[in-house]
Design a protein around this ligand. Structure first.
Ligand code: SF4
Length: 172
């Protein structure tokens, strides 16, 4: 089960799970909003290996890391434009997972992470509420992975038509 969970986190990712399971790919107001910042990518270095947390049985690799001396800041790069929107909850939780992995591996909790969209960079505070929401979501993922059957959580044929997992889904 542990291996299965790790594989699911690595291969599917939080974003995909949220899309399939709960429809939280929408942009919602429950998590920190984040603020637009100017970024100098010259300080960024590519993460050379996946981060791993034994305690949370979680692994993942941020696109970039920023070494700020006292703390390491994760950067997740998205090819999409943000426009006038807020980041998706799934993007926030993915970044929160990297913050948690850095907290576990470095022993210092990052104050924030960065989501870099095509047209803007968002500084997202790694708050206690965001951390708690991440842990809750991971619990739900584990529950679903242990279940023999997980029912569809929506009644939206359009979502199924455009779903990348439809070929393996018996729920459409
Ligand atoms: S095909 Fe529809 S029910 Fe199945 S995973 Fe995709 S969105 Fe969910």
């Amino acid at each position: 089960m542990t291996l299965l969970f790790l594989a699911a986190v690595v291969l599917l990712g939080l974003g995909a799970w949220l899309y399939v399971r709960s429809g939280q790919q929408r942009r919602a107001a429950g998590l920190p909003a984040g603020e637009i910042i100017y970024v100098d990518a010259g300080d960024w270095r590519r993460a050379d290996r996946p981060l791993f947390s034994d305690r949370y049985q979680l692994t993942g690799k941020p696109d970039y890391l920023i070494d700020q001396g006292r703390e390491i800041i994760p950067v997740e790069v998205k090819s999409a434009r943000l426009g006038q929107n807020q980041p998706y909850d799934s993007h926030k939780l993915q970044l929160a997972a990297y913050c948690l992995l850095i907290e576990e591996s470095e022993g210092v909790r990052p104050a924030y992470g960065v989501i870099k969209y095509a047209d803007a960079a968002i500084r997202l505070p790694y708050t206690a509420a965001l951390r708690a929401e991440l842990l809750h979501t991971l619990d739900l993922m584990r529950r679903d992975l242990a279940a023999r059957h997980v029912s569809r959580s929506h009644d939206d044929p359009a979502r199924c038509r455009h779903c990348g997992y439809a070929h393996a889904c018996g729920e459409q």
